[in-house]
Design a protein around this ligand. Structure first.
Ligand code: NAD
Length: 299
């Protein structure tokens, strides 16, 4: 039978990922701070734990999917954290997008107690999480990657080894900087075209058969009604929160500062997403950049 897996963080992404493990026959022991998320997955057969520490006492294979660096620090090293009761030889896979230096710190702390921590942030969005179509970017020791890939294959279609711990985060931060730039570009392009009298569905169709095509135009179009089943067509609910995108752009800017890399559009995107976060858009999907721009239109 399949190994029991611990899962901490059952949000927009983690909830789907955990369910895909259950579909593949893995018994789950889970923890989230939101009781409703716990109750929902319990009905589907998962066992509930009262803390990350209890999860670690019940299994030696754990996946975490949390919002940001501070949550990862709490869940691993906090007073009822995973490292408080982790079993020797455990494999700890963190799929949150966080600061690479925090991943490296967690790996060092884990090594001290005989466990292996790897970073494995994801790309793909909530629908890819639901359909086990995620891309995982893994920073891990060479000898651990085989075991990491074996379990991540059940939640994704691409599992890429990037290098040592922290390099998965490096790849993810670069991807999301480009994603933010392309989303804002798509939003302002669609808005301009609509003001010029073009039908948004037709404009999207033309972009997607032309050189402007990108994921934001084709798979995750920010204009309501252009695509079915994406957050823009559901009042920008669910999906990838604007506050989380702002966090990722901050990580990219920290990295750019540390390496003295010029990233003018990454910097501008960070500022735009921060404006949105501070203007009531924090909890909306990041494709609400379209709605935000529309509100700045000349009336
Ligand atoms: P989310 O906010 O929907 O989910 C996070 C979950 O963690 C919530 O259920 C929350 O209750 C839980 N949590 C917070 N603190 C906790 C704690 N101390 N103990 C246990 N649970 C705790 O976020 P999400 O959209 O699922 O994203 C998770 C991570 O994945 C983020 O780092 C995000 O940047 C990244 N990501 C998201 C997407 C996306 O499309 N949503 C895509 C790629 C990567």
């Amino acid at each position: 039978s399949s190994a029991k897996v611990g899962f901490v963080g059952l949000g927009n992404m983690g909830g789907h990922m955990a369910r895909n493990l259950m579909k593949n026959g893995h018994p789950l022991i889970v923890f989230d701070t939101v009781p409703d998320s716990m109750q929902a997955i319990k009905k589907e057969g998962a066992t509930l734990a009262s803390s990350p520490q209890e999860v670690a006492s019940q299994t030696n294979l754990i996946i975490t999917m949390l919002p940001a660096s501070q949550h990862v620090l709490d869940v691993y090293t906090g007073s009822s954290g995973i490292l408080g009761s982790v079993q020797k030889g455990s494999l700890l896979i963190d799929s949150s997008t966080i600061d690479p230096s925090v991943s490296q710190q967690m790996a060092e702390e884990s090594t001290k107690v005989g466990a292996t921590f790897v970073d494995a942030p994801v790309s793909g969005g909530v629908n890819a999480a639901r359909d086990a179509g995620l891309t995982f970017m893994v920073g891990s020791p060479d000898q651990s990657f085989g075991k990491v890939k074996e379990i991540l294959d059940k939640m994704g279609k691409n599992v890429v080894h990037c290098g040592s711990v922290g390099t998965g985060q490096a790849a993810k931060i670069c991807n999301n900087m480009l994603l933010a730039i392309s989303m804002i570009g798509t939003a302002e392009t669609m808005n301009l075209g609509m003001k010029l009298g073009l039908d948004p569905k037709l404009l999207a169709k033309i972009l997607n058969m032309s050189s402007g095509r990108c994921w934001s135009s084709e798979v995750y179009n920010p204009v309501p009604g252009v695509l079915d089943g994406v957050p823009s067509s559901n009042d920008y609910q669910g999906g990838f929160g604007t506050a989380l995108m702002t966090k990722d752009l901050g990580l990219a800017q920290n990295a750019a500062t540390a390496t003295q890399s010029p990233t003018p559009l990454g910097s501008l995107s960070h500022q735009l997403y921060r404006l949105m976060t501070n203007s009531g858009y924090a909890g909306k999907d990041f494709s609400s950049a379209f709605q935000f721009l529309k509100q700045q239109d000349k009336k």
